[in-house]
Write a protein that binds this ligand. Structure first.
Ligand code: AMP
Ligand code: GLY
Length: 435
């Protein structure tokens, strides 16, 4: 079967890497892909949100299965369009992708289906929102309804900060229409974890738990980023908590929607806050997590193409996934300046050396193949803020972390930077357990 993966980041490289191992995959394409992906898939020069061009390509090449990485094409309705044209595609419909595309849709769904989440109110004008803030105690969380490239959430420590967030979203309109409506919700306290499942509309195959590190600096300091690293499993998600999330969050959503006559097919990502009152949902995403996927897929022994085909065909009932028990850690190596302005086009050294290491993989997030100067040879150049996801397994979390950083240290490009403490929470738990 010919398979098309849509997207261009580290998540898509990890998806391509896993899909390419499947005996069901005869030919792999990736649109638009990146430098690293071009080593394992044929790159298609079509942007992830150019749905009509992707559809024409899939029809022309007789693509047997399309796997969508990012949220944009899902929210724009790529699944509905492909299905209408008789093409198999993995992901939720345009309507259900709103679980990520509209925070109002998502919160109302949670309320309706009894899924634990922070108490909230919805506003369509700034005056009401500001009056509401005066009745509440800070901290508060202000969220734009629509997609804002991960920047639409402000955790406001004071009422003034919350009001400033409302003003910038609704009066200054920094996110345009995406903040025509906003949500103000109570601030939850606890540790965060990611639970991602693959659903066939009725049944689910749960992926192993994971944890992302969103802040730029060690110790979870500094501004938020698209994610600086991840690891799987997240030991804070005990079997008991995992079951609570499945029974209290995942099944109520999938089966609740099914009862309403709506089949959620695709990856469903629940961002969970583990509060003292139990797990509560911070957000849903309609796709695989990035960078969580890069730390999860190396542990998955089951053929991903088979899982995805079963999901699309409604055949996940009673199907179990097999896992490598060893932990996996993925560290993001970023360009100088990221998450602010950064430079592109730096030559990346050391990738060949990392290739020789066991249980290690480098998923490219922002690279391209090109020349640093006209008379130079083709090589990997940086082409984004997050450049590489250096990923390694180990017999325990400490060994996985050590293996991962041993690989990171072999890589060099001008002004690169990365966090030195990816996996620290799991390591701390492991050391406490051993003591
Ligand atoms: P979201 O896009 O809704 O997941 O929000 C992004 C990040 O904001 C989350 O990963 C949390 O770190 C934080 N956040 C969102 N909602 C809340 C909340 N109700 N309480 C505390 N932190 C939150
Ligand atoms: N790791 C957060 C996300 O994928 O949205």
């Amino acid at each position: 079967m010919r398979i098309l993966v849509i997207g261009s980041g580290g998540r898509e490289h990890a998806l391509c890497w896993k899909i390419a191992k499947s005996p069901r995959c005869e030919k792999l394409y990736c649109a638009p892909g990146n430098g690293g992906i071009s080593e394992i898939a044929e790159i298609v020069n079509i942007k992830a949100d150019d749905i009509d061009a992707l559809l024409d390509f899939a029809k022309a090449k007789k693509i047997g299965l399309t796997v969508v990485g990012p949220e944009m094409p899902l929210v724009a309705g790529i699944v509905d369009k492909f299905q209408k044209n008789g093409l198999k595609i993995f992901g939720p419909s345009k309507e259900l992708a709103n679980i990520e595309g509209s925070k109002v849709f998502s919160k109302e769904l949670m309320k309706r289906l009894g899924v634990p989440t922070a108490d909230f109110s919805i506003f369509d004008n700034s005056d009401d929102a500001i009056r509401y803030i005066d009745t509440k105690k800070a901290p508060l969380v202000v969220k734009a309804d629509g997609l804002c490239a991960g920047k639409g959430v402000v955790v406001a420590k004071t009422a003034d900060d919350a009001k400033a967030a409302v003003k910038s979203m609704m009066v200054d309109r920094i996110f345009g229409d995406a903040a025509d409506r906003i949500i103000i919700e109570d601030c939850l306290v606890g540790e965060e974890a990611s639970i991602i499942v693959i659903s066939d509309g009725q049944n689910v195959a749960a992926l192993a738990s994971s944890q992302d590190h969103k802040r730029i600096f060690d110790g979870d300091k500094g501004p938020n980023t698209g994610g600086m690293g991840a690891y799987s499993p997240a030991p804070v998600v005990t079997d008991e908590i995992f079951k609570k999330v499945m029974d209290g969050v995942i099944y109520p959503v999938i089966q609740g929607l099914a009862r309403e006559g709506k089949q959620y097919k695709g990856a469903l990502y629940a961002g969970i806050m583990l509060t003292k009152d139990g797990p509560k949902v911070l957000e849903f995403n309609a796709r695989f997590g990035d960078p969580e996927t890069q730390a999860i897929l190396p542990r998955l022994k089951t053929d991903l193409v088979e899982i995805i085909e079963r999901a699309v065909d409604g055949k996940l009932g009673g199907y179990n996934l097999e896992w490598d028990e060893r932990p996996c850690v993925s560290v993001v190596v970023a360009a100088g300046g990221y998450p602010g302005n950064y430079v592109k086009g730096m030559e990346i050294h050391g990738l060949d050396q990392v290739k020789k290491l066991k249980d290690t993989a480098v998923f490219h997030a922002g690279t391209k193949i090109g020349k640093r100067s006209t008379d130079a040879k083709d090589t990997f150049l940086t082409n984004g803020g997050r450049v590489l996801n250096v990923t390694a397994m180990g017999d325990d979390i400490k060994k996985a972390i050590d293996n991962c950083y041993a690989a990171v240290r072999k890589i060099k490009f001008e002004k690169m930077h990365y966090r030195n403490d990816i996996g620290y929470r799991a390591l701390k738990m492991e050391l406490t357990r051993r003591a």
